[in-house]
Ligand binder design. Structure first.
Ligand SMILES: [Zn+2]
Length: 514
């Protein structure tokens, strides 16, 4: 069996998804889970892009011990310097430096001749090797590049010390056969290529990202880049969980394996979906809600007689649980703390105490508290880092089929003042959001509103995601509560608070730059 390295870029390419902006704590939470999942490399961000990105990459490099942490860098010394500052405390510092190699990018974007591109690439790899033990070099838009030129530049950067060569299909244009052919061509025509790792990075514009990645493996790639749930620029990246499970289920064919702990897949997918607000479609392979649901009578009959008649993947393989009851009204603090630890969360005593109060409160209303409920509570508590901004104190909503929906909200602002407002609307959520908008005195526009339940049952927790815009800037937020209206209000306030944090960070950056 060949070992395929998994390079996860959920926090870099995935975070580039429209409307996704993760804060430092959320990125750390995802990085820790990726470590549990067992990815080989975490691309934590683009350190030179912003102060926020730099801090997140640095915090992740300092926290994660069992995988290599990397950051993206353009082929300029200041980017490489920033990346080294952010990554040097990592367990295995690694740089991901790139330059475009397609005629269209070189001519219009870089305004450089092919010779200048080679020179710049070689120089940047040489410079990076002064610091980094491992340097990955990427040929941006490789799939629309001239192949002999691609071979030449790769040979030169290998000479300069690159350890990994990545061949991205930046625009999601290639087909599986063609992609495999590029890898075969390079293996034949680049000197010393057997000494480095060859990597695939695919985008899903034509729905072929996973198929292309697997074709690359067949043609000799030893590293696959992708994201959890396939999130990313435009149509997204190759979904790591799909590549990993395909290799596992079809090992007879691919003869290759990843080091992933497949049982952590479902949990990782849930976490990424929750924190990014990117909901997983029910029919999504491996992690969708319906991925293991047999609906047709003939299929159900078959599965009941013998599972493998229609089931090629067992739900347990990827960590899908039957959602059994774990805790209830009579569970004590000890059982509660133990379960949190078993779920892999490290909380302070103070956080456990606060959470326990909320747990008891929930257990009074809901009979069975499942792992999913607990995780929703933990994330709500742990990631609520906006305590200095607006806080929701109470809401009251009146609704009847023959009444005008009316909402009253009470908020606390950053200075601790109470703000109370009332408003009406065509429906209860609209009335509530109108009241919140009046209270905040901000022209907030609601761009997206989605609701889903945590687990099943009529007493399930409600989880609401919103995306809002203010002065042309966007932020997303989420809220969890047993009541849908309370969850809606929380999500709205969360999004507005996040907007303020982003703005504050930008102001600090501007001040620091002066
Ligand atoms: Zn990409």
């Amino acid at each position: 069996m060949r070992k395929i390295n998994i390079f996860d870029t959920t926090l870099r390419d995935g975070e580039q998804s429209a409307g996704v902006n993760l804060n430092l704590h959320e990125k750390l939470e995802i990085a820790r889970q990726l470590e549990r999942l067992g990815v080989d490399i975490i691309e934590a961000g683009f350190p030179a892009a912003s102060k926020g990105d730099f801090q997140a990459v640095q915090a992740i490099a300092q926290t994660v011990r069992n995988c290599s942490v990397t950051g993206l860098s353009r082929s300029v010394q200041s980017d490489i310097d920033a990346a080294w500052e952010a990554l040097k405390d990592g367990a295995e510092p690694r740089l991901h430096v790139f330059i475009a190699t397609s005629p269209i990018h070189m001519q219009y974007k870089l305004r450089m001749t092919p010779e200048q591109v080679i020179e710049t690439a070689v120089e940047s790899v040489r410079y990076a090797k002064k610091y980094f033990p491992i340097v990955q070099w990427s040929a941006e838009d490789a799939c629309r590049s001239d192949l002999p030129f691609l071979a030449t530049i790769i040979e030169r950067v290998i000479e300069a010390g690159a350890n990994v060569i990545n061949i991205p299909d930046t625009v999601g244009y290639i087909t599986p056969k063609q992609y495999g052919d590029i890898f075969s061509f390079l293996k034949k025509n680049v000197r010393n290529i057997e000494k480095i790792n060859l990597s695939a990075h695919c985008h899903d514009d034509l729905g072929m990202a996973v198929a292309n990645s697997l074709a690359a493996i067949e043609a000799g790639a030893t590293q696959i880049e992708g994201t959890i749930n396939g999130i990313g620029e435009r149509a997204g990246n190759a979904a790591i969980e799909e590549v990993a499970v395909a290799l596992y289920i079809r090992k007879d064919y691919y003869q290759a394996e990843t080091g992933l702990n497949l049982q952590e897949i479902k949990r990782t997918s849930n976490l990424v979906s929750k924190l990014t607000g990117m909901i997983v479609p029910p029919n999504k392979a491996i992690v969708g809600k319906n991925a293991f649901a047999h609906e047709s009578g003939i299929h159900q009959d078959g599965v009941l007689k013998e599972k493998t008649t229609y089931e090629i993947i067992s739900p347990q393989l990827v960590g899908v649980q039957s959602n059994s009851m774990v805790l209830g009204k009579h569970s004590g603090r000890h059982a509660f703390r133990t379960r949190i630890q078993e779920l892999g969360y490290a909380l302070t005593e103070e956080e456990v105490n606060r959470l326990f109060v909320r747990f008891k409160d929930l257990a009074d209303k809901k009979k069975d508290i499942t792992d999913d409920d607990l995780i929703a509570l933990i994330l709500d508590e742990k990631l609520d880092t906006y305590k200095n901004f607006y806080q929701l104190c109470s809401i009251q909503v009146q609704y009847g089929t023959n009444q005008i929906p009316t909402a009253v909200v009470v908020l606390k602002d950053g200075e601790g003042n109470d703000i109370q407002e009332a408003a009406t609307g065509a429906g209860s959520v609209e009335a509530l959001y109108n009241a919140l908008e009046k209270a905040l005195q901000l022209p907030v526009t609601l761009l997206d509103y989605r609701i889903e339940s945590v687990g099943s049952g009529r007493d399930a927790l409600a989880q609401v995601y919103v995306k809002v815009s203010l002065d042309g800037k966007e932020a997303s937020g989420r809220g969890t509560a047993q009541d849908v209206l309370e969850a809606s209000a929380k999500a709205y306030i969360h999004a507005v608070n996040r907007m303020f944090v982003i703005e504050k960070m930008k102001e600090e950056q501007a001040l620091a730059a002066q």
